[in-house]
Design a binder for this molecule. Structure first.
Ligand code: DX5
Ligand code: ZN
Length: 220
């Protein structure tokens, strides 16, 4: 079985010490940087934008996984490619022409991800799953870090995994929101490939050790 990946969410980092926190992730057992971009329209919060991502990318030595929580993401696909995004994830709920958006992301040399809000059934991806590199299942309502994990996510992971196998698709399943050492194993066993963790990592007293533990639990 492929090893499960850990993606610390920079939203929970100390923005006054951003370079320090990016270096911590570089030196840790983490696999990816998860970067949350919020526009205050698609979600009721604004995180940070291009200049901050540019600064992060200058120091980040690992895969940059950008999660766009913005309306009409097509406007910025090229920009996010130029800023160094390796994976660009858009929300299903924000895309009128999802298939076209996925093609545009791949045309810029990035992997294409689709995020689903907690209320969105995985079956909406039946006709695009073979065009997707990553599905991000939101296990909280997007917009804020530090929320509680929604238990129905386990069912969604099972349903999505079944679809991926049935369709012969090559897709990574990412879980985003409320991930801790308590749910990591059950998520991994259900079929999750990538666990995003914000507060659980950055609010801990020994962040590299927390990442290491989370990864060990996910791969146990
Ligand atoms: C929520 C973001 C998440 C968030 C996760 O809208 O997409 O990536 O940073 O934070 P925690 O792990 O604290 O729930
Ligand atoms: Zn996210």
């Amino acid at each position: 079985m492929k090893s499960k990946l850990i993606a610390p969410s920079i939203l929970a980092a100390d923005f006054g010490n951003l370079q320090r926190d990016v270096e911590m992730v570089n030196q840790s057992d983490a696999d990816w940087f998860h970067i949350d971009i919020m526009d205050g329209v698609f979600v009721p919060n604004i995180s940070f934008g291009m200049p901050v991502l540019k600064a992060i990318a200058q120091h980040a030595m690992k895969t940059i996984d950008v999660h766009l929580m913005i309306v009409d993401p097509d406007r910025y696909i090229k920009t996010f490619a130029e800023l160094g995004s390796d994976i660009l994830t858009v929300h299903y709920e924000a895309c009128i022409h999802l298939h076209r958006t996925l093609q545009a992301i791949k045309a810029e040399g990035m992997k294409a991800g689709v995020a689903l809000n907690p209320h969105t059934n995985v079956n909406v991806l039946e006709d695009t799953i073979n065009d997707i590199d990553l599905v991000c299942l939101m296990s909280v309502n997007p917009g804020f870090g530090g929320q509680s994990f929604i238990e129905n996510t386990y069912n969604k992971v099972h349903q999505l995994k079944e679809m991926i196998v049935r369709k012969g698709a090559s897709v990574q399943i990412e879980i985003d929101g409320g991930v801790t050492s308590k749910n990591a194993k059950q998520l991994a066993d259900a079929g999750a490939d990538v666990l995003v963790a914000g507060s659980f990592v950055f609010k801990s007293s020994d962040q590299p050790e927390t990442i290491k533990e989370l990864k060990a639990i996910a791969n146990s």
